[in-house]
Ligand binder design. Structure first.
Ligand SMILES: Cc1ncc(COP(=O)(O)O)c(C=O)c1O
Length: 500
């Protein structure tokens, strides 16, 4: 392995100090992925001897790398490559966290479309869990918009009822009726997207320093809201059947949170869903420890394997659940439309928070969407999207099953838009992400879905299949699996090399 370092050429005649040259070369090797996470660098003595330089040169270069977070030292053991080396390529010159924060901001890489991260036509996008504009029902929506303008004229542009345009609440009620008993148009609150729902609930219920329990990992937009309200986030690890109930109860007892934020069906990012038992237990615990639950239902209807999960709200005898529904994953996310059903005793303060935020959701959009549902377009479009997503899901899972090395694992979600892949041990998601980008594939490294730094969680990635077509999914998944194989082979060959 020392051979790798012996090939480093340092120019003693150059004005650039030798230690800076050496630092630059090693940095390059890290950024290129030649030196992967936790790789042990040669000892100072060996490298100095190999390169015929003074030991101080090597020490200074290692120090410089350490000060930039590229390597870390273990006293008495050596110097190792950090888990999350800086990114190069498309994000060259950017702090890696800036890149991750950009992903973090929107969770759907919409910054890509703002030009902050370039994705060209050839890039396969497994990072975005949002439909692409070519699937939007623009013509049908144009039709209902025109009809509403003709019908309602200026009324569509006045201030609206903060709770929402009554006819759309009736239409939503009809869609919900069979799923959640006890809901009425009077209990429905229209919101400008689920994100606003999480925000106004937090505005209404949280004060600085209050605790909120979230699954870990979880939806980044919710983390951002709770942090912005000064709340303390208590993570409870998400398992395949929902959170560990003992840890959940311990956290409830210890921290007495105001809220539990949960995505019980096809969770983002893991795709995991709560078992019915855990759903029931969660409700019992919320009652026992007197807190409310936000149920974020962003894709429960995308159930491709007949799982038929019951919404928490449908089991909520004690009226503790605030049910939020987004339309963004099926419809057009830019419309900013969703709704919530809150416990009766919270409806007033949530309405006040909604009013304080934006008075009401756009009257024109509410009216147009209402007509869209009434004309039967919604049912038709849902079916259209469902079929497309199901096909993409099936292809993604098939390809992973066929091509993924055994040491990489995932649990089939059965629905939703995301697959949570655990990489083979020692492969860093960030290194893989960097290489994949260079090969024209983007995905979300798992790290961004955690509310705090958890270095041990660097080996998961979220693969979303919402924004890639069938051809891209087959090609992209196969290519990605090949890349994981290659990373793994490189790991093995490093491990077989003699320790310096
Ligand atoms: C779990 C979850 N909740 C809420 C949202 C935001 O949805 P909306 O566009 O309705 O605000 C998203 C978007 O990605 C999400 O993944």
């Amino acid at each position: 392995m020392l051979e790798l370092f012996k090939s480093i050429r340092l120019d003693k005649e150059d004005k650039i100090p030798l230690y800076t040259q050496l630092y630059g070369k090693i940095k390059e090797m890290i950024n290129e992925g030649i030196l992967c996470a936790d790789f042990r660098l040669p000892s100072v003595r060996r490298l100095a001897d190999a390169l015929h330089v003074n030991r101080v040169t090597v020490v200074s270069a290692y120090r410089q790398l350490e000060s930039e977070g590229l390597v870390y030292s273990k006293p008495g053991s050596g110097t190792y490559v950090e888990n999350a080396p800086a990114l190069t390529g498309r994000s060259a010159g950017k702090d890696p966290d800036v890149f991750l924060d950009e992903l973090y901001q929107q969770d759907d890489l919409s910054l890509i479309s703002n030009g902050q991260i370039k994705i060209d036509d050839k890039t396969i996008n497994f990072a975005s869990a949002t439909p692409t504009p070519d699937l939007f029902p623009v013509e049908d929506f144009k039709l209902v918009l025109n009809e509403v303008l003709e019908r309602d004229k200026g009324n569509a542009f006045g201030y609206q009822d903060s709770q929402g345009f009554y006819p759309i609440r009736e239409s939503i009620y009809k869609v919900l009726e069979n799923k959640i008993q006890g809901v009425s148009p009077e209990s429905i609150q229209v919101i400008s997207g689920a994100q606003q729902g999480i925000d106004i609930i937090s505005k209404a219920l949280l004060k600085q320093g209050d605790c909120v329990i979230t699954e870990s990992p979880t939806y980044t937009g919710a983390i951002a809201v709770f942090k912005s309200r000064g709340a303390e986030i208590i993570d409870v690890e998400m398992q395949e059947s929902g959170p560990d109930l003992n840890i959940l109860e311990y956290s409830l007892k210890q921290y007495r949170p105001r809220l539990i934020y949960t995505i019980p069906s096809f969770q983002n990012p893991t795709g995991y869903s709560y078992s019915n038992y855990k759903r029931a237990q969660l409700l019992n615990l919320a009652e026992k420890y007197n807190c409310h639950i936000i149920e974020d239902d962003y894709v429960s209807d995308l159930d491709f394997e007949g799982k038929n999960y019951t919404p928490l709200k449908a089991m909520d005898k004690q009226d503790r659940v605030i049910f939020i529904k987004s339309f963004s994953k099926i419809f057009m996310p830019g419309l900013r439309l969703g709704f919530m059903v809150a416990p009766r005793h919270l409806q007033g303060i949530i309405l006040e928070a909604k009013h304080a935020t934006d008075i009401s959701t756009s009257g024109l959009i509410q009216r147009a969407f209402d007509l869209y549902i009434r004309k039967g377009f919604w049912d038709r479009h849902f079916k259209f999207m469902y079929d497309i997503y199901r096909e993409r899901y099936t292809l993604a899972v098939k390809s992973l099953d066929r091509n993924l090395p055994d040491s990489a694992t995932y649990a089939k979600p059965g629905g939703g838009l995301n697959i949570w892949l655990k990489l083979p041990m020692g492969i860093s998601a960030n290194s893989l992400s960097k290489h994949a980008q260079a090969e024209g594939i983007v995905f979300a490294p798992g790290k961004i879905f955690y509310s705090r730094n958890t270095p041990q969680k660097l080996d998961n990635i979220r693969l979303s299949f919402a924004a890639a077509d069938s051809g891209q999914i087959e090609k992209g998944m196969e290519k990605l699996c090949r890349m994981i194989h290659l990373f793994q082979q490189r790991q093995v060959s490093y491990q077989n090399l003699p320790v310096l």
